[in-house]
Design a protein around this ligand. Structure first.
Ligand code: AMP
Length: 427
């Protein structure tokens, strides 16, 4: 694959790329950047983790940096719409990093914080505005945001906008944008509504499709740990005894569940933090910062809160609860193995979650290997399914007959602890 030099970006941008340590463009960057530098519209079918942020921010920076025009008050030259505030902050941070030497002005607008600083930033005019739809519409309504200098519009994670119920807001914003502009639309999937929007929004777009879902899933070392619900905290603690685990993202189904996991870990003297919708913006940012800096090893998140997290070196994903929607499984485990790295994803499955596991395996079209070696492998928690690993004794064999028949998980675990030799056999 080409290196960044062949992309002919401004020297100031090349310097920034060197500084962040990228040597080779990711596939989406190699495919999208040349077209974007020609000013073409783009339909990017790619999810987070592919390097898509740099794929659009670098050529836009190149465009704005090559033709310096001052944005008047309330105006911006490029608008980037994203579904979450975390993602908005991260994109803004990337723009500031890549555009430092170009003296690029970039700001964010999102809800959950006071609007005054955002209004003030807009009153100075900006090169980039990265925004979430709700607050942006508010500020547009108050006359603080105007689009008559807009040159480039990026709609990021369009399918998540739809999932999160922001689609009408997005359409209202699009209706106010000038017709003449370069437009980029990114989406991991192409449901009908997004395809229709892309048709009406993009002019002769270049289509770049990067489908990491299957390959990402393949690169991740996935495991199922059957465990009784009550033993989940202990199982998590036992996994965390492995000190080589430096960054772990734990997913829970609910906000309360996330808080409970943090409490459990606290009891085990393991530092962690939760991020979810009930946490203030400041608390979420602090948690992310502490996680990035290595002050805490474990971040506990709900699906929605985790969407915008851009931490590139997460090595372990724990599905403490299995997600209701099997697609979330792919999104969750995709938080590791980013930008070509490898990762481990361990899913806890209690007896009530068996149906969810089946749905996930159907979706990813593979059976996830079961780890029977963990300390809380409850026989009661294990569904009767075809084994995926070695050494299961044949039906009717003495070993199979001696397996605890109890349907009570705790009892099975207790028996197991007394007879560790049974572990290997009890799949
Ligand atoms: P994104 O898909 O934009 O969320 O990017 C995923 C991760 O890949 C981020 O942590 C980026 O910093 C990183 N990244 C982006 N481009 C490159 C590159 N060319 N080489 C190495 N890492 C990259």
């Amino acid at each position: 694959m080409s290196d960044f030099k062949s992309l002919k970006l401004l020297p100031e941008i090349m310097e920034a790329i060197e500084k962040v340590g990228y040597t080779t463009p990711t596939p989406i960057q190699a495919q999208a950047i040349p077209h974007l530098m020609e000013g073409k519209d783009l339909l990017g079918i790619a999810q987070t983790g592919t390097g898509k942020t740099a794929a659009f921010t670098l050529p836009i920076l190149n465009k704005l940096g090559s033709n310096r025009v001052k944005a008047r008050p309330a105006r911006m030259r490029c608008l980037i719409l994203t579904p979450t505030r975390e993602l908005a902050s991260q994109i803004n941070q990337n723009i500031q990093d890549y555009g430092k030497k170009l003296n690029i002005k970039s700001t964010v607008i999102f809800g959950g914080v006071g609007q005054r600083p955002q209004v003030q930033a807009m009153s100075r005019g900006q090169d980039f505005l990265v925004a979430t739809p709700g607050r942006l519409l508010d500020l547009m309504g108050q006359g603080h945001v105007l689009y008559d200098q807009l040159e480039v519009f990026v709609l990021d994670e369009a399918d998540r906008m739809l999932d999160m119920g922001f689609f009408n807001d997005v359409k209202k914003i699009i209706a106010k944008l000038p017709k003449e502009k370069q437009t980029l639309l990114f989406s991991a999937t192409m449901p009908k509504d997004i395809a229709n929007l892309a048709n009406s929004l993009l002019k002769n777009p270049v289509r770049v499709e990067i489908t990491p879902e299957a390959s990402t899933v393949e690169k991740i070392d996935q495991k199922i740990n059957f465990v009784d619900k009550t033993n989940k905290p202990l199982l998590l603690e036992s996994i965390l005894k492995d000190k080589s685990i430096k960054t772990m993202l734990v997913f829970t189904r609910t906000k309360h569940g996330a808080n409970r996991v943090v409490k459990h870990l606290d009891n085990f003297l393991i530092k962690s933090a939760a991020i979810h919708g009930n946490k203030s913006q400041g608390a979420r940012e602090r948690a992310l910062e502490d996680f990035k800096n290595g002050k805490i090893r474990v971040l506990v998140a709900t699906d929605i809160a985790a969407r915008g997290i851009d931490v590139s070196n997460i090595t372990h994903i724990i599905n403490y609860d299995l997600p209701d929607d099997p697609k979330s499984y792919v999104h969750r485990i995709g938080r590791t193995a980013r930008a070509g790295r490898e990762g481990v994803a361990i899913s806890f499955c209690d007896p009530n979650e068996r149906g969810l596991l089946k749905d996930i395996e159907k979706t990813i079209k593979q059976a996830i290997p079961v780890d029977t070696e963990h300390a809380f492998h409850g026989v009661a928690a294990q569904p009767s399914r075809a084994p995926q690993t070695k050494g299961r004794p044949p039906k009717g064999s003495p070993q199979r007959a001696s397996k605890p028949k109890s349907n009570d998980g705790k009892e099975a675990v207790t028996k197991k602890k007394k007879r560790p030799s049974q572990r290997a056999r009890s799949r």
